[in-house]
Design a binder for this molecule. Structure first.
Ligand code: 5GP
Ligand code: ZN
Length: 115
C-alpha cells in the first residue's frame, strides 16, 4: 500500500468506489468518468506504478487480471459482442494514474486506431 496513491486507497477501501469484483489479489471498480457503457478498471492490490515496472514474479498476477477481465466481460454482457482491454503506459500512452490498471471497455463499437 502506497499511502498517497489513489488506487491503493480504493483497493484498501479508504477512498470509495463502485466495486464490481474483489479477491485477495485484484480489485475492479467502475471508472468515475466512463468512456463507454461498460468501463471498469481492474487493478492489482500490489502497487506497481506502470506496466514498465512488472517483473517475472508478477506473471501470474497479470494472467489473473486477464481472467478477471473475461469474467467481468461475461457478467456485464459484453464478452460475445466484444470489448477492449486497455493499459495506458506513461505520458505518451495516456496514463494519468500511476498504479497499473487495465480498462475494460464495452457496450459500444470501438474504433481503430485509437486516438
Ligand atoms: P489512465 O488515464 O491512467 O489510463 O486511467 C485512469 C482512469 O482513472 C481514468 O479513466 C479516470 O477516469 C479514472 N479515475 C481517476 N480518478 C478516479 C477516481 O477517483 N475514482 C474512479 N473510480 N476512477 C478514477
Ligand atoms: Zn498504488
Amino acid at each position: 500500500m502506497t499511502d498517497n496513491c489513489l488506487f491503493c486507497n480504493i483497493a484498501a477501501g479508504t477512498i470509495p468506489a463502485k466495486i464490481v469484483h474483489e479477491d485477495e489479489r485484484v480489485v475492479a471498480f467502475a471508472d468515475i468518468d466512463p468512456k463507454a457503457p461498460v468501463h471498469i478498471l481492474i487493478i492489482p492490490r500490489k502497487h506497481i506504478a506502470s506496466i514498465n515496472d512488472i517483473s517475472l514474479e508478477d506473471n501470474e498476477l497479470i494472467g489473473h487480471i486477464h481472467q478477471v477481465a473475461v469474467q467481468l466481460a461475461r457478467r456485464f454482457g459484453i464478452a460475445d459482442d466484444g470489448f477492449r482491454l486497455v493499459n495506458n503506459c506513461n505520458d505518451a500512452g495516456g496514463q494519468t494514474v500511476y498504479h497499473i490498471h487495465f480498462h475494460l471497455l464495452g457496450g459500444r463499437t470501438m474504433e481503430w486506431p485509437p486516438g
